[in-house]
Write a protein that binds this ligand. Structure first.
Ligand code: SF4
Ligand code: SF4
Length: 170
């Protein structure tokens, strides 16, 4: 006679459920709690440092999609100022080439992964929208800033701790 008829299968199922009931928590309450991404994530945003940018357009020339628009003007002291610096993020594939080629460390990818919008028009980033704080920067192509970025949360290795979860202030 098969033991399953006496509820062995049910007991096995309950034992497995009980095992998971008491194990360490590996989930977070997104979006109230967010995990830290990789320090070198190619996020869906850019951080542009106007004070470092010379308007050389190396980034724009390296972009395979041609989605970086730069307009410069010559000042009275024979230096160039950047009048326009815009990126059509809706068409960006986040390859990171523009970041890698900038000779003046003026362009960074950001770490945000929540940039969805209802209209593509809203994904066109103007100069002002690209002037984000240093804390938004990713270390992609900029290993020198890696130490300034929170360590990545790795749930699969059970390394989640309160310090590794970024609180959502929104
Ligand atoms: S971001 Fe860098 S590569 Fe692009 S125009 Fe400015 S200095 Fe040149
Ligand atoms: S990440 Fe790639 S596709 Fe996006 S703007 Fe830079 S070079 Fe262009």
């Amino acid at each position: 006679m098969k033991l399953e008829r006496f509820g062995l299968g049910l007991a096995k199922g309950l034992a497995l459920t009980s095992k998971h009931l008491f194990r360490k928590k590996i989930t977070t309450e997104y979006p109230d709690q967010k995990l830290s991404t990789s320090r070198r994530i190619r996020g869906q945003q850019f951080v542009w440092k106007e004070e470092l940018c010379t308007g050389c357009s190396t980034c724009a020339k390296s972009c395979p999609h041609g989605i970086i628009e730069i307009v410069t003007a010559r000042n009275s002291d024979n230096r160039y100022s950047v009048e326009k610096f815009e990126i059509d993020i809706g068409r960006c594939m986040f390859c990171g080439l523009c970041i890698e080629v900038c000779p003046y460390n003026a362009l960074f990818l950001g770490r945000s992964y929540e940039q969805s919008q209802y209209s593509r028009r809203l994904l066109w980033a103007s100069k002002e929208m690209l002037k984000l704080p240093d804390s938004a920067r990713s270390a992609y192509g900029h290993a020198e800033i890696e130490d300034q970025i929170p360590v990545q949360s790795l749930l699969i290795y059970g390394q989640l701790s309160s310090e590794m979860v970024e609180k959502n202030d929104n």
